[in-house]
Design a protein around this ligand. Structure first.
Ligand code: SF4
Length: 182
């Protein structure tokens, strides 16, 4: 019998949620028995090669490339999961929300205390660069999201329990410890 196919992506995130997925430790071997991985930074498969069952998204949308990838995942995955606070509500990158994009760019490239060398006062504007959005968007503001796994990052046990529940069809009864954030 063919195994469920899983794909993952990191949008405006720090890869901490992907690290937490790897924190399931030796259960990764059981996971490989349970599912097949497709497009993911974990296996370096860069394009979808088939329709997937579960798409796991870390990070929200801060630029046009993030929106493109997210829509591609929605198209290619039956179930889409927002993994972690950045995916669910924008997280740390959303701290720029409420500040005009122009001010953010000037702080980053012209006026900020860490700007050392930018004598020509250039703000990167190559047309190949993704367009910065007016604010950071949670993924469910862009596409339909089926499940949300909270945490920064979500605990490895929560990710494991959720994946096993989805793949086996058993109910998810997460332990209290996996859902508390202090
Ligand atoms: Fe990183 Fe936390 Fe955002 Fe995950 S939720 S991408 S760990 S900042």
């Amino acid at each position: 019998m063919s195994k469920p196919v899983v794909a993952t992506a990191s949008l405006a995130g720090c890869f901490g949620c992907h690290m937490s997925l790897l924190d399931i430790d030796d259960r990764i071997l059981q996971l490989i028995d349970l599912v097949e991985f497709n497009k993911s930074p974990d296996d370096d498969i860069k394009t979808f090669t088939k329709q997937c069952d579960i798409g796991i998204i870390e990070g929200g949308c801060c630029n046009s490339e993030n929106v493109h990838v997210l829509k591609e995942f929605r198209k290619n995955c039956k179930i889409l999961i927002s993994l972690g606070e950045c995916a669910i509500m924008g997280g740390l990158p959303a701290m720029r929300n409420g500040i005009p994009v122009k001010d953010c760019l000037e702080e980053a490239y012209l006026k900020g205390p860490t700007v050392d060398e930018n004598k020509k006062k250039i703000i990167p504007n190559d047309e190949e660069l993704p367009m910065i959005l007016d604010r950071v968007y949670a993924n469910h503001e862009i596409v339909k999201i089926d499940y949300f796994l909270p945490g920064c990052p979500p605990r490895a046990d929560l990710i494991w329990d959720a994946l096993v529940a989805l793949v086996t069809g058993k109910p998810l009864n997460p332990a209290y410890e996996t859902l508390k954030f202090d």
